[in-house]
Design a binder for this molecule. Structure first.
Ligand SMILES: Cc1cc2nc3c(=O)[nH]c(=O)nc-3n(C[C@H](O)[C@H](O)[C@H](O)COP(=O)(O)OP(=O)(O)OC[C@H]3O[C@@H](n4cnc5c(N)ncnc54)[C@H](O)[C@@H]3O)c2cc1C
Length: 429
């Protein structure tokens, strides 16, 4: 991790400003021993630690900054089914595993909803997510999604919106149609992450913040080192995603950090909120380089998008994102932007999360390519299964081949920037 990525407080996001109050966890100042040590307390690490704690393992969770400091506490909060790579996995293994993959696609949603209910996590969960077509050709994607739901007898509410309905439901003529799914939805991601950490802690998990792991000593019981202490465990789980710099021999050049940025308006009056989003759904377009937005519980519009692959943050996030928001909602031109922030997405070239094991007992899973709120929760369960010896779902991902870009992170970003320029051009056509 770089110096700007350790021992930090939360970024200046709307989420940090509206986080439920919580006592910070201590940093590691001791040498101790547990069954499983998890490194990184975003959704992947927290979900893994909680699943293991629920199953009776002794667990330690080490975070370089604060719980949910990375992408998990900064994202669009869009709860969208699925995880990258399922299509490729099906191509490799055949239609015989189609039902297993379909279940995996929805498992992350289920886990999140179960945990919010079980642990009474206050995180503004709302039902409803709409994929919108910005180009007439994207209507075909919507029809395909609807056909698949029908074929599968999808038990939850979904709707296809034509252009008029989309305009009525979203208060804009920017879209040609939409697919609304009410099993997907949106949440306050930082409060969801912190609430699950609290649940893991209540089940006995040791949690350490501002404790960056600097080294791993491999062996039959690997030992993880921070500046202040060490933890020995039967298994270690690396969940640092785009911020991970550990195990470079195995993990460098697999996952590349890309910036994504969000602005939050001041709270909108009821009549404006009702005009632009009366059903209070999350919205994401079907472009390759997506724009996404939703209302917060206090009726701000949180509008995000425009991935930046150059490795440099824009000088003003507001100047970068606001014009995109005004293209969809010119009626918001007089509302102030009160928060702006960004975070690092872990991009994998083939969009399949990079999952595997080093020396048999150091597990890693990272690289959700910007679509990880539900996928990380599925992965937490899959990794916990693997630690317990059940590798069926883990190996589906671990056996997938990845293309490594030789060279440094910097070189990788330049190449990805070029690749994304190609996709941006395609979006414009
Ligand atoms: C702006 C933005 C918007 C997004 N919007 C959406 C969305 O709406 N819907 C969606 O599905 N996905 C979205 N994503 C993607 C989603 O947020 C991520 O896929 C997901 O949060 C990844 O979780 P994670 O736990 O793997 O990684 P992170 O949340 O990034 O957590 C990694 C953690 O590991 C810690 N760490 C790293 N190295 C070490 C170390 N050596 N020692 C200790 N700790 C370490 C870091 O400090 C960090 O807290 C978005 C991402 C961004 C950045």
């Amino acid at each position: 991790m770089t110096a700007t990525h350790i021992n930090q407080e939360h970024t200046s996001s709307y989420y940090a400003a509206s986080a439920n109050t919580a006592k910070p966890y201590p940093s590691l100042e001791d040498n101790t021993s547990v069954d499983v040590c998890v490194v990184g307390a975003g959704f992947t690490g927290v979900a893994t630690a909680l699943t293991l704690a629920e199953r009776g393992y002794s667990v330690a969770l080490l975070e370089a900054n604060r719980i949910g400091w990375g992408a998990s506490g900064r994202n669009g909060g869009q709860l969208i089914n699925g995880i990258g790579g399922l299509g490729d996995i099906q191509k490799k293994h055949g239609d015989g595993i189609a039902d297993l993959l379909w279940d995996m696609r929805w498992r992350g949603n289920e886990i999140i909803r179960e945990r919010i209910a079980k642990y009474a996590i206050d995180c503004d969960l709302r039902d409803g997510y709409v994929e919108v077509a910005r180009k007439p050709r994207q209507i075909a994607d919507i029809e395909e999604t609807a056909e698949e739901r029908e074929r599968r007898g999808f038990p939850y509410r979904y709707e296809v919106w034509d252009r008029a309905k989309t305009s009525e439901m979203l208060g804009t003529d920017a879209f040609h149609g939409g697919f609304a799914c009410y099993r997907d939805g949106h949440v306050h991601p930082l409060n969801l992450c912190a609430g699950q950490a609290r649940a893991a802690h209540s089940l006995g998990a040791q949690i350490y913040e501002q404790s960056p792991v600097i080294d791993i000593e491999h062996g039959s019981r690997p030992k993880v080192w921070t500046a202040g202490g060490s933890i020995e465990a039967d298994a270690v789980v690396l969940a640092g995603n785009a911020y991970n710099r550990l195990e470079p021999k195995h993990l460098s050049n697999l996952v590349f950090p890309a910036g994504s940025y969000i602005i939050a308006t001041e709270p909108l009056p009821d009549e404006v909120a009702n005009e632009i989003n009366p059903a209070d759904v999350a919205v994401c377009d079907l472009n390759n380089v997506v724009d996404y937005y939703r209302l917060s519980s206090d009726q701000r519009l949180l509008y995000g998008g425009a991935c930046n692959y150059s490795g440099r943050d824009p000088a003003s996030i507001e100047a970068f994102i606001r014009p995109r928001m005004l293209k969809v909602y010119p009626q918001l031109k007089d509302f102030k932007i009160e928060y702006e922030w960004g975070g690092s997405i872990g991009i994998v070239l083939n969009r399949i999360p990079a999952v595997g094991r080093i020396n048999g007992n150091v597990y890693y899973c990272q690289g959700y390519s910007g679509h990880g709120v539900t996928g990380t929760h599925l992965m937490g369960e899959i990794v916990a299964d693997a630690v317990g010896g059940t590798l069926e779902r883990f190996d589906l991902f671990a056996d997938m081949k990845h293309f490594r870009l030789p060279g440094s992170h910097w070189m990788g970003n330049q190449i990805i920037a070029l690749g994304m320029m190609y996709y941006k051009l395609r979006d414009m056509l």
